[in-house]
Design a protein around this ligand. Structure first.
Ligand SMILES: C[S@@+](CC[C@H](N)C(=O)[O-])C[C@H]1O[C@@H](n2cnc3c(N)ncnc32)[C@H](O)[C@@H]1O
Length: 185
């Protein structure tokens, strides 16, 4: 279970943000929790959120092994409920979304980040159809889509292209790391 290299690259910033803001990082649609567990290994508090209760249970077991239970929070949630606004009223120092896309959440994600907070997003693009699943356009980012959604934010990192996964298969992905403006900007 490897965390994304992108998380490793921004570990220090995530640590200082979460300390400064006294707020956790949200691992949104965490699945196996590979990225959030890496953060708690590094003493950064994480809220693990997913619809899959079994996956959350397994993340909890891994968190116990790491022995940093006080840093973890588990949120069993369906982010796609019609008309619901699950992130409303919540605050995070950073939000990371890997391999998940539900466009109606974009505005809520932006709201739920504290000023100067960081979004780390990585998921498949429309170019993925040449390699396999997902094929549903609802789950595939259009060219420059993340840059447009987070326009006006400080872009720390942006990538769109083809990568090779650990197993050697090709994947078409977009990555974005961006900082929300402070309240005065
Ligand atoms: C491809 S996995 C990615 C998991 C993890 N982010 C990663 O990169 O390893 C997609 C995740 O989205 C979760 N998911 C799908 N629909 C969801 C929903 N409506 N609400 C919350 N989570 C959902 C699935 O349970 C699954 O864990």
């Amino acid at each position: 279970m490897h965390h994304s290299p992108l998380i490793g690259k921004y570990l220090k910033q995530l640590a200082s943000l979460s300390t400064d803001k006294q707020a956790p990082v949200l691992d949104l649609a965490c699945g196996s929790g590979r990225n959030g567990l890496y953060l708690i290994e590094n003493a950064i508090p994480v809220t693990f959120a997913d619809i899959n209760a079994v996956a959350l249970e397994q993340v909890q077991q891994h968190a116990c092994v790491i022995n940093n239970k006080q840093l973890t929070n588990f949120w069993s949630i369906d982010f796609e409920q019609e008309g619901a606004t699950p992130l409303a009223g919540k605050s995070f120092a950073a939000i990371m979304v890997f391999r998940y896309l539900h466009r109606p959440l974009f505005e809520q994600i932006k709201e739920a980040l504290l000023p100067n907070g960081i979004i780390i997003y990585e998921t498949f693009t429309t170019a993925q159809v040449q390699f396999g699943r997902p094929r549903n356009p609802d789950f595939l980012l259009k060219p420059n889509e993340l840059l447009e959604v987070f326009s006006g934010w400080e872009i720390i990192h942006s990538f769109e292209g083809i990568i090779e996964s650990d197993s050697g298969s090709k994947q078409a992905i977009a990555q974005l790391v961006a900082r929300k403006p402070s309240v005065n900007e």
